[in-house]
Design a protein around this ligand. Structure first.
Ligand code: OSB
Ligand code: MG
Length: 369
């Protein structure tokens, strides 16, 4: 494949409503877009899902900008590629920085699919025409607000509700939710907020008939998650703990979880996501695709990977309107009855609205072959 030019965009988009997790509140998305162009004038797009501060992982938007500018983009322009899968080997020179790698790799995957005239979903081996989606709801200071939001999202047809929890915002909130909504498909996400010392609270969660408990303990701690899983009936789902195929294999071997949340950025891109997908399919570990408050470009990549067969549970890829007044893709992502269509058009299958991107762009840098 030929890659003639790469453009990096630093973008800020205001969220309609703030989103609170156990590690903090986001009011704005401050992130990067990558555009990879070929000689024929086709453009592939990728999104770097970092946020302003390194709260979710060690990466943050400015660190990814540097990583891409100084190391990753020059590497791609220096090397010739036959296929986007070749990138991982080239990227291996530099440690971690998975979200930065994934943003660039995503742009190259989109360009590759467009140059072949096929959808990104098809290029990845996906075979679904629609994918199931749920919605992720942040921590609310008043549980009445959360109960109202759940009622609204249930009405909109989302196939499962995920609520963020943290110590002190858990058992009581869950009791209120289950009193009002005894049967909704419900799960929780703790974003590392507990330790094995909270065993009593965590065990108490078994009584709420949760689909899963996402990332209760520290990010890297597969051993303690295995100890916890032994005590719980509810499956543990790992998010922050899984950065690589090796992490996934070890988590499965240790029985640290029963489910994995796949985030393309967290695992370093689509090629790694596919490998983890295939491993999990063989090992009977169902997947779903997590969200990182993405713009439409990131959402489009999530939809494409979710079209693979082992994405058996509803993902976080809700409608664009969940966070954005105006998304940067056309048409916007729309979830109807908890389903999103997988586009058939070439590449990500959505048009990128450059005028809209322009409005939010703080800085832009062009890299030529
Ligand atoms: O842990 O899944 C998470 C958002 C930012 C950082 C981490 C997480 C999340 C979400 C949001 O849960 C999901 C979404 O994009 O709607
Ligand atoms: Mg999570």
């Amino acid at each position: 494949m030929n890659i003639d030019e790469i453009i990096l965009y630093k973008v800020q988009m205001k969220m309609k409503t703030p989103f609170t997790t156990s590690f903090g509140t986001e009011h704005n998305r401050f992130f990067l877009l990558v555009e990879a162009k070929n000689k024929e004038g086709l453009s592939g797009w990728g999104e770097c899902v970092t946020s302003e501060r390194p709260l979710y992982s060690e990466e943050f938007t400015q660190s990814s900008w540097l990583m891409l500018e100084k190391f990753l983009i020059p590497l791609v322009l220096e090397n010739s590629l036959d296929h986007p899968d070749d990138l991982q080997e080239i990227f291996d020179l530099y440690k971690l920085n998975n979200m930065a790698k994934s943003a660039l790799e995503g742009a190259v995957w989109d360009l590759y699919a467009k140059s072949k005239g096929i959808s990104l979903a098809k290029a990845l081996g996906g075979n679904k025409s629609t994918v199931d989606v749920g919605i992720s709801l942040g921590i609310e200071s008043k549980s009445e607000n959360l109960l109202n939001l759940i009622a609204e999202k249930k009405e909109e047809g989302y196939k499962r509700i995920k609520v963020k929890i943290m110590p002190g915002k858990d058992i009581e909130v869950l009791s209120q939710i289950r009193n009002k909504f005894p049967h909704i498909p419900l799960m929780v996400d703790a974003n590392n907020a507990y330790s094995l010392e909270d065993m009593k609270t965590l065990k108490e969660m078994d009584k709420f008939d949760l689909m899963m408990i996402e990332q209760p303990l520290t990010a890297g701690d597969l051993v303690d998650h295995a100890k916890l899983q032994e005590e719980l009936e509810t499956p543990i789902c790992l998010d922050e703990s899984i950065h690589s195929l090796e992490n996934a294999r070890q988590a499965i071997e240790l029985v640290s979880c029963g489910i994995i949340n796949m985030k393309i950025g967290r695992v370093g891109g689509l090629t790694n996501a596919k490998k983890i997908h295939d491993l999990c399919e063989n090992e009977n570990i169902p997947l779903w695709c997590g969200g990182m408050l993405e713009s439409g470009i990131g959402r489009a990549h999530n939809i494409a990977i979710t079209s693979l067969s082992n994405f058996k549970l509803p993902g976080d890829t809700a409608s664009s309107a969940r966070y954005w007044e105006n998304d940067i893709i056309e048409p916007e992502v729309v979830a109807e009855n908890g389903r999103v269509d997988v586009p058939n058009g070439p590449g990500i299958g959505f048009d990128v609205n450059k005028n809209e991107i322009e409005k939010h762009t703080l800085e832009r840098k062009v890299f030529k072959q």
